[in-house]
Design a protein around this ligand. Sequence first.
Ligand SMILES: [Zn+2]
Length: 305
Amino acid sequence: MKSRAFSKWIPWVGLITVTLGSHADAWGEEGHQIVGAIAMTRLTPQTRAAIIELLGNDDLAKAGLWADQIRGDSKYDWAKPLHYVNAPRNENSIVLERDCAKGECVVGAITRFLAVATDSTKPIEERREALKFAIHFIGDLHQPLHAGYADDMGGNRIQVIAFGDKKTNLHALWDTVLIYRKSQGDWRGLAKALETDMPAKEVAQWEGNLDPLAWGNESRAITRVIYNELPADAKVGEQYYESNFPTVARRLAAGGVRLAAALNKTFAAYKPAVKNDDRAVSPVRPSTDSPAEKPAQKAAPVSVP
Ligand SMILES: [Zn+2]
């Protein structure tokens, strides 16, 4: 892998990553992977089995990336407003009737998709996608600027110069730049460090509050501080990083703990589907298709909200 041909590509890979990062409006890849990796260590065996049944594996770090990977696919344009929740600038809190009408925001989406993931009347593909959306959106809602202001697109329109010469924007600064400053690309190492450092008291508080609206309001409160503390010249350096990284770390850790807790709660009463193998040994199994299999074959198409 260390051939000359490969190393020539490295600058391009870096460029593509930076370009994508500056347009993304979610925790960047590292953020979602860290949230997923922390959550994976906290799943009950029952939840793990249910997730493996739906996704084919229990890799929450990878599953959390899917909802950003489909952004270029117009088939999923309906999901774009579900990554965030905006509220007016003069408001301290999110009001669902005003800011999340018909559940069309990240707060409403989390509740809805977790319910679909366990709904055995839904087609398996719809449930699989719902689970991947829920995993991603729980991460998103812990990025403070996902509970921001509509007029600057959650800070995407606020230009920032980071560490002397890096042109970015306020949203991307919190999505990726501050995380990468710490991880230097080793997101697994950072996830492990965050997991080790989590104070038990805070973990208990995070687990004790599984209401997505509360998570959004926590983010909202942090967002207000972020705007108040952004230097007038929009130049941020080591001092900004030092004073703000602890908040980034806490939100990533809280996102991971809550992702696991929400999934454990969601799948607590879940009954795994009857395996094909189990039916194969049934002495009454007819030689042709059993009637029980027909509804699945004639399942309604995935409904798109
Ligand atoms: Zn997102």
